[in-house]
Structure formats: structure tokens, C-alpha cells
Design a protein around this ligand. Structure first.
Ligand SMILES: *Cc1c(COP(=O)(O)O)cnc(C)c1O
Length: 393
């Protein structure tokens, strides 16, 4: 069997999951609330311990976790929620599901939130902030947290694709009131689908547990004796966003592997980034000393390209079997704010727009070997160089 990894591969599932999954196939015990301590409950305990948080709630996706966070921090219909203009469509969707209005903040070509725009837009009309650590790029969380605290606005972190990233030695997803992570197949931990919410706040976890679908007294199976569940009994609608035991069983044995995956991902990223940065046609956003990345993908900006040349990068790379995506040049890319027509009036954000028109996106699964990486680097350099030769008409 070849160990060659392509940029399209997901993380394999450890053998240790097999025995637990086999037993479940016999018992049929896939529902989290049948046994007193289920695979889902164990995942919550183990993940919270790994991250150093008090409480965890596993759900069926990070999108669900972000939506629950909106409701748990008190976002009401008609409220305004500040979000980055560069994020996955799940974030504005969660805000809209909560009946609120997303207010978009500019993201610069360094792929971090523009702090002047953030400070200006965090006014008295904002009820909550969601920060997306998009593709592992961390914005200035010290400044963001300080501004939110000063103005009394709850901060939610969408760390869906940033598991293992540190900001000033703190794990991202544990800085705000709530942190949300994804176990969808193309993230650092592969559960097929799945998400988890972390918090240290007993009221937030109580509300989230109920709304995720802990009907009747199923909250008792979460085993948090100090959480005031009884106070909130029957106070919230149920959305049934629960995780099932099969997902938890394939996720659990991957938790002890996160640190190793992060180390490999970072080594791979630095190797590829250095080679790409040697080309005058490419600029990889510079590192920030306060951030330790946990990348399983790489983003780079095309330098001095016009639209036609940028399009050509996508065409040539796709024709050669390894597509280089440019966020804002791909029709209907879900990470491009002008495609979020469901939010109503899409604002004009020139800084983010310019970034999206030249920012390229490739996956770098952590299992890639040096050979795999070298092939990817040559592929990128070839495509970019050839596309640049196109004389714009
Ligand atoms: C993947 C991702 C999501 C959504 O995660 P799901 O588990 O698929 O719902 C949200 N935000 C970001 C930044 C993501 O990368």
C-alpha cells in the first residue's frame, strides 16, 4: 500500500476505534442518553480536559455549536452581531438563525481582522462578537478580548478549523466566553461530522445542554453537579443537535494524536511557506510571534497579478489535477462575503474584497511526506509562473 497522501485526503481513523465501533454494532447503543456514561459523554470529558476547560458539549457540527452559542450568550431577534467578513458561511448563518443581523468587519491581506475597523464597529448596537480563526489565522485576540470586556460584549470563538492553535500560549477557543470546534472530515480531527462547544460558564453550558436536545432530566447524564440545570428546566426550546456515539467513538482515539498532528502540520507549513515565499510572485502572510499555528492548509497571496492572470492560476492548476482555489475568484465560494445574499444587504468592504481576489487556498494534510510537499510546491510554482506569462488583453 502506498503511503502517498494527496491534498484531498482526510485523516485516517486510528485502529483503536474499531473495537468500540464493533461493540456498538452488536448492541445498537448509538444514542448518547441510553447509557449513563456514553461515548459522547466520555468525549466531552476528555476534550474539556485536553483543552483545560470546565465544560464541553458535543453536537452534530461546529455550525450547530456556533448557533447555540449565539442563543446562550443572549443574542435576541433584531440584535446586531459583529463577525469577520472572511469566514465560512456557517458564521453569518448562525447569526441569521438566531434572528440577528451580522455586521461585517474588514479582514486584511495578512488574513487577520483589521483592528481599526473592529474598534470602530464595536459600538453600543453590538450584542455579541464572533471571531473566526479562519484556517488557523489568529487575529489580535488580546486587543479583541480587551475591547469586548471593556464594552461588556460577549465574545464567541469559532475555532472550527484551528484546533491546537495557541495565541500567547493560550489555546484558541478558550479565550472567549464560548469556543466552537469542528470534527468534520477535513479538519484536524475527523469524525465525519461533529462539533463541540467549550465554556467555563455554568449558565452557558446549562442552556446549551438543554437546547442541544437534553429533554426531561437527561442533563443529569452530563455529570456537572454544580451546573444549575434545575433552574433552567423547561425554559428553552429543544433543537436536537446532539452527537451520536459512533462519531464520538471515532473522535476519541484522535485526541491523544492532536499534538503530534499539530507538530507535523506546522513543520509542513513552514517548509512549504519558505519555498513559496522565495518566489516574487507569491507572498505567504507573515507569522505573528504571539501565534503558534496548527495548520492543515496553506493560504498565500498572488503578488502583482491582474484578474485574468489570477483566473489562469485556477484553470491551469485544475487542469493538472490539483486545484488551487482563489477565494474571491471562484463562483459561490462559501467563504466570500458577497455570496452571503441571505444576510440581506451585503456591505462593500474594499479591504476584504481585494484580499479575497488574490488569496489562494490549498490543503496540506498533516500526513504529507517531504516528497508529497515538494510535488505540491513545484505544482504551485509552475502554475503561478505560467499564469503570470498571460498577457492581459
Ligand atoms: C469548517 C468550519 C465551520 C463549520 O464546521 P462544521 O462542523 O462543518 O459545521 C465553521 N467555521 C470555520 C472557520 C470552519 O472552518
Amino acid at each position: 500500500m502506498s503511503s502517498k497522501r494527496s491534498v484531498y485526503d482526510a485523516e485516517p481513523i486510528p485502529e483503536a476505534a474499531r473495537e468500540v465501533v464493533e461493540a456498538m454494532m452488536q448492541s445498537g447503543d448509538l444514542f448518547r442518553y441510553t447509557s449513563k456514561i456514553s461515548q459522547v459523554t466520555l468525549l466531552e470529558k476528555e476534550f474539556a480536559a485536553y483543552m483545560g476547560s470546565k465544560y464541553a458539549l458535543a453536537v452534530n457540527s461546529a455550525s450547530s455549536a456556533i448557533y447555540l452559542s449565539m442563543l446562550c450568550v443572549g443574542v435576541k431577534p433584531g440584535d446586531q452581531v459583529l463577525i469577520p467578513a472572511w469566514t465560512f458561511a456557517a458564521v453569518p448563518s448562525a447569526v441569521v438563525h438566531a434572528g440577528a443581523l451580522p455586521v461585517l468587519v474588514e479582514v486584511g491581506e495578512n488574513l487577520r481582522i483589521d483592528m481599526d475597523d473592529f474598534a470602530a464597529k464595536l459600538d453600543g448596537n453590538i450584542s455579541a462578537v464572533v471571531i473566526s480563526h479562519m484556517r488557523g489565522h489568529t487575529s489580535d485576540m488580546d486587543a479583541i478580548k480587551a475591547l469586548c470586556d471593556e464594552r461588556g460584549v460577549p465574545l464567541v470563538e469559532d475555532a472550527a478549523h484551528s484546533l491546537g492553535t495557541l495565541w500567547n500560549n493560550r489555546k484558541v477557543g478558550t479565550i472567549g466566553a464560548v469556543g466552537c470546534f469542528s470534527f468534520q472530515s477535513y479538519k484536524m480531527v475527523n469524525g465525519g461530522e461533529g462539533g463541540i462547544l467549550l465554556t467555563d460558564d455554568a449558565d452557558i453550558i446549562a442552556k446549551a445542554v438543554f437546547m442541544s436536545g437534553a429533554y426531561e432530566h437527561n442533563w443529569a447524564k452530563h455529570g456537572y453537579p454544580e451546573v444549575p440545570f434545575e433552574k433552567y428546566q423547561n425554559q428553552f426550546p429543544l433543537f436536537n443537535l446532539r452527537m451520536n456515539n459512533l462519531s464520538a467513538a471515532v473522535i476519541r482515539p484522535q485526541i491523544p494524536l492532536i499534538d503530534e498532528r499539530v507538530g507535523k502540520g506546522l513543520t509542513n507549513y513552514n517548509y512549504v511557506a519558505e519555498k513559496l515565499n522565495a518566489s516574487p510572485l507569491i507572498s505567504v502572510p507573515p507569522a505573528d510571534m504571539r501565534e503558534r499555528r496548527a495548520p492543515d492548509s496553506l493560504q498565500f497571496n498572488l503578488v502583482g497579478f491582474d484578474d485574468a492572470q489570477a483566473m489562469r492560476v485556477m484553470e491551469i492548476s485544475a487542469a493538472r489535477g490539483q486545484a488551487i482555489a482563489i477565494f474571491g475568484m471562484q463562483g459561490d465560494n462559501a467563504r466570500v462575503f458577497w455570496n452571503w445574499r441571505f444576510i440581506g444587504n451585503v456591505p462593500e468592504l474594499p479591504i476584504t474584497r481585494a484580499m479575497l481576489k488574490r488569496a489562494c487556498d490549498i490543503r496540506l494534510p498533516v500526513g504529507m511526506s517531504r516528497e508529497d510537499l515538494d510535488e505540491t510546491v513545484s505544482h504551485i510554482l509552475d502554475c503561478v509562473t505560467e499564469a503570470r506569462m498571460l498577457i492581459a488583453s
